[in-house]
Structure formats: structure tokens, C-alpha cells
Design a protein around this ligand. Structure first.
Ligand SMILES: [Zn+2]
Length: 169
């Protein structure tokens, strides 16, 4: 949720480190869009949980299809075609659908990776949806770790801004 914007920044940090050969718009969209379902379930939680019961709100299950390998692949198909259309309309350099798709999938994997380390219990991830098993790899101080990673990502993005603008031409 609030963390969704963090996903975009953290994914840019990954993007700089992993490979700037991935198309950046698809990569960032892939890293953010799985949280569409979290927004939906957040509204459900508001109906279900007593007012000001923050534990209930925080632990209300919000990860299903879009937080699975199947879900990010599905999203990547939509993202690849949408970004292809967008790049054409904006007159940007053409990028193959395959590269757009792979970029969105890798962006989605960064999302799953981060969420796996911060959500647990009923709110853990159904990575192999529709199979119901939920996975969680929360480690001590994981929130603090990702906050630090986010700050490092901001510096990495500033340092590598030329790599980013290359994809926006
Ligand atoms: Zn998420």
C-alpha cells in the first residue's frame, strides 16, 4: 500500500544493480501493479476490522493472484502491450515485445521478493496461486533493511540518471 511507491524506488535500485538493459517503464510498472489487489483488500479490511484496530488492518489478507508467479506473468502481458502502445504514441524508440515482457516479469519478481520479506501469516504470499500454500521469508529488521535499500536506491538513481533517460528517448 504505502509501500507501493517504495516498490517503484526499490525496483529502480534493483534495475541499476541487476541490469539497465531491461526496459524501464515496464520494469517499474511490473514492480508496482501487483498492489492493485492490495488496494482492493485494504477497502475490504476497512469494512471488516473495528475502527482504529491497526493490527487487524495490517494483518488482513491482501495477497492472492497478482502476488503469484502466474499473476505477475499475466500482468506482464498487459504491461508489455500497453508500454508498446505508449512508446509508439510518444514517439519513443521501439522496443521488442519480448524485452518489454521480460522487463515487466523481472520488475514483478522484485515486488514478490520484497513482499516475501515483509508480510507473514495470513498475509503471506500465495506464490504458486491457485495452490493455497503461503510463503514468507521475513527476517529481523526487514523493514529497516528495505528503508535503507530505498535510500540507497535514490542515490543510485541520481548517479545513474543518464541510463534512465536513455530509455525515455
Ligand atoms: Zn505487494
Amino acid at each position: 500500500m504505502v509501500f507501493t511507491l517504495y516498490h517503484a524506488i526499490i525496483s529502480l535500485g534493483f534495475w541499476v544493480v541487476v541490469s539497465s538493459e531491461f526496459e524501464i517503464i515496464s520494469f517499474v510498472l511490473g514492480s508496482m501493479l501487483p498492489d492493485i489487489e492490495s488496494v482492493y483488500y485494504a477497502f475490504e479490511a476497512l469494512k471488516y476490522c473495528p475502527a482504529n484496530d491497526y493490527v487487524c488492518l495490517a494483518e488482513y489478507p491482501s495477497h492472492y493472484f497478482l502476488h503469484s508467479f502466474l499473476g505477475i506473468t499475466f500482468l506482464a502481458c498487459i504491461i508489455a502491450y500497453s508500454v508498446n502502445f505508449l512508446r509508439e504514441k510518444l514517439g519513443l524508440v521501439a522496443v521488442s515485445l519480448k524485452r518489454l515482457f521480460i522487463s515487466a516479469v523481472i520488475g514483478g519478481i522484485t515486488h514478490l521478493f520484497v513482499d516475501l520479506t515483509v508480510h507473514r501469516g495470513e498475509d503471506a504470499l500465495m506464490l504458486f496461486f491457485p495452490f493455497p500454500e503461503r510463503f514468507s521469508f521475513v527476517f529481523p529488521c526487514s523493514f529497516a533493511f528495505w528503508h535503507g535499500f530505498m535510500i540507497a536506491s535514490i542515490f543510485a538513481v541520481i548517479a545513474c540518471r543518464e541510463k534512465i533517460t536513455r530509455w525515455l528517448k
